[in-house]
Design a protein around this ligand. Sequence first.
Ligand code: HGY
Ligand code: MN
Ligand code: MN
Length: 412
Amino acid sequence: MTLTTDLTLGRRAMAMIEDLARHTDEPGRLTRLYLSDAHRKAADATLQLMLEVGLNAHIDALGSVIGRIEGADPDAPALLIGSHIDSVVDAGRYDGNLGVVLGIVAVEALTRQGIKPACPIEIVAFGDEENVRFPTNLSTSQALAGRFNPAWLDGRDQDGIALRDALIRFGGDPDGAAALARDPARYRGYLEVHIEQGPLLEAKDLPVGIVSAINGITRARATALGEAGHAGTVPMAMRRDALAAVAEMISIVERAGSTRTDTVATVGVAQVQPGAINVIPARVDFTLDARSPDDAVRLAMVEDIVTECHAAAQRRGVAFTIEPFMESPATPMDKTLIGQLEDAARSLGIAPLHLSSGAGHDAVAMANLCPSAMLFVRCKGGISHNPAESITVEDADVAARVLIEAVRRIAA
Ligand code: HGY
Ligand code: MN
Ligand code: MN
């Protein structure tokens, strides 16, 4: 079901999405990692968009772009609206970016209608939601929630560059992170509009849905250390083949993630050394991403994976280490904000469907600062983290109008 209007808001949002999609670190595909040149260009472009619609905007010490418009009551606690502009590798253009541009479109629409929101509104474009480049956990949004971990500054990317140095090169300030913490009393809530990245809304023929809770995530880096050898001469029984060991470990991960319908576990990265066709692999560095809506289930699943991987390594005479670097708790969304999103959807004739989020979001961090809620937007085939990610201009328009209706209710 899509509600047709003149689609002005949807078209404006899609145009901004196209504008931002130009900024990539890899010509021919969209890759925009935290603090990269493309992130800097996208942050500058987002700053311009915010300034154009009359937001008082700046880029903060960690690279987040923040725009503020005062409300009728400047002392009233502000409403935050935002998402992220960093991406995964070979990404789609809507993940994160859509929530930022819809916040900007909503403020522009209110301003054009001469409507001064009852409370101040801040639009935020976070820069480190994907946590693909550095071993961090929602660092730029956690900073606003007063939970920035200084150890993140010493995390290194795969080229060995420390976050601290990348931040200075970006034009940020590693020493300015702590000062970004917001006073919870100054914020009434955080709203994030995001593509669903799943198939439910399409299956239900709904343009938008309301997030009930966000699944918890454990992420870890692991290493299997065997022994390089001649692929032609070392008998199979005498090998300490790191890649053969990791192949068994990947099956362990897949089996553990499959034990329940609501858990997932993924090995997304595996780097083999020395990586020659006739050399028995000596070392494999790989990653684990394990998720569940229930924290106890997630932690038990990770424990099983670790135990079984150690046993497999032992059998094969391979050394094995695994280090979790992210523990993100399952996060329920705020009931009051959910109700206001429901009322906003209903006011536009949309039946409000609740759905949980398998993907992580900055809303997990922002829930540490203030009540937080999310509106999901239907995406084609539920495809995401893939250049085929897409939404329709009609759904973008509906999402903008639901957001505006929700802002009017929450700001009042
Ligand atoms: O991985 C996630 O869930 C999100 O896309 N960062
Ligand atoms: Mn993502
Ligand atoms: Mn995202």
